[in-house]
Design a protein around this ligand. Structure first.
Ligand code: GLU
Length: 341
């Protein structure tokens, strides 16, 4: 005779299997905390890489700072280390400004003007613009991001910038702010980006004054954010565009799909291919030392550690996210996740 508790046990087993409960996916906040402790201890004293120094203010940041934060789609936040220390968001602003441009202009205009494909060149390459007949780049390298910025709507330059900042705030906890010293430092040394904008303008590819676009682009890169706030922005993407803490829809689910696709294709500069092959999670890095990784339907991981590799990606942040991905079998194309595709 089948006993009642046996039936219950098997029912529970089936639920666990069908919800991917054996995929090493950890949804219990205590387990996440434990994993963060382990990974933090393992990588805390690892060296390697160098702060970005082409922006003087970034060279001054303490290279030993190290923080990790995870926010789940339920809005649970776990963090460790320097996860409350603000740092410059830099290129991690790009996927979000891309989302705002999609909202303002629609997918067709943005795609046709800016492009989607990986350039295979460094993030601020002029060669990449020159070598293609149509000059199209993508929203996550400097050229494409400056174009994207020119597409943001608003009556005045100030209104366009304010909309971008408000959008970033809505994706997070409302507290990211413009870092004046980073902004001034970048504006004093961004001749290269100004050159890129003028070049794009000469090809008729800018939707607003090129230097005004560079100014607003630089402001967006100079937004100060903590790993916890960044992970919340990522969790909004993981949660199909609804901020899991405020429960407000900030991005449409189709725009989330577009943004995450670009993060797969271009998120880690010229190393995006090898990143997806090994880690399997859409991510975006910034020369301020942050990397944000988004696991759709589950969570976001944000890591802050300033020393970068030659491509401009934080060395330790890459190691940490790779370790977490392997521990929890998060590779989107891994066999544990295939049943969801
Ligand atoms: N503001 C930086 C630049 O324009 C961003 C670069 C990055 O984080 O990739 O060079």
């Amino acid at each position: 005779m089948i006993k009642k508790h046996n039936v219950l046990f098997f029912a529970l087993l089936i639920v666990l299997i069908s919800t991917n409960g054996f995929a090493n996916w950890i949804s219990n906040p205590r387990d996440i905390k434990q994993a963060l402790n382990d990974v933090y201890r393992e990588y805390k004293d690892k060296k390697g890489g160098k702060n970005a120094d082409y922006i003087p203010e970034l060279a001054k940041v303490d290279p030993t700072l190290f923080g990790i934060a995870i926010v789940t789609v339920n809005g649970d936040i776990q963090s460790i280390g320097d996860a409350d220390v603000p740092f410059a968001i830099e290129s991690i602003s790009k996927p979000f400004i891309y989302a705002l441009a999609l909202h303002d202009n629609g997918e067709k205009i943005v795609t046709e003007k800016v492009g989607l494909n990986a350039t295979g060149h460094s993030f601020n390459s002029v060669m990449a613009i020159e070598e293609k007949q149509d000059h199209l780049q993508n929203p996550l390298v400097n050229a494409g991001a400056i174009q994207i910025t020119s597409l943001i709507k608003g009556k005045t330059s100030h209104e366009k910038w304010q909309r971008a900042l408000d959008f970033i705030k809505k994706l997070s906890d409302g507290n990211p702010y413009l870092g004046k010293s980073v902004y001034q430092s970048e504006m004093a040394t961004n001749q290269h980006n100004r050159g890129i904008a003028e070049l794009l303008d000469s090809y008729g590819m800018m939707a607003s004054d090129p230097l005004d676009a560079v100014d607003r682009y630089t402001k967006a890169c100079s937004i100060m954010i903590t790993a916890r706030q960044l992970a919340l922005m990522g969790a909004t993407l993981a949660n199909q565009g609804v901020n899991p803490q405020t429960h407000q829809r900030v991005i449409s689910s189709k725009e989330v799909q577009d943004v995450l696709s670009e993060m797969v294709i271009n998120g880690l500069y010229e190393n995006s291919g090898i990143w997806f092959w090994t880690v399997g999670i859409p991510a975006k890095s910034g020369v301020g030392g942050g990397i944000l990784a988004v696991v759709p339907g589950k969570m976001a991981i944000a890591v802050f550690s300033p020393p970068l590799d030659k491509a401009g990606n934080s060395v330790r942040a890459q190691q940490v996210i790779k370790e977490i991905s392997q521990r929890w079998n998060l590779h989107l194309l891994g066999n544990k996740n295939m049943n969801r595709i």
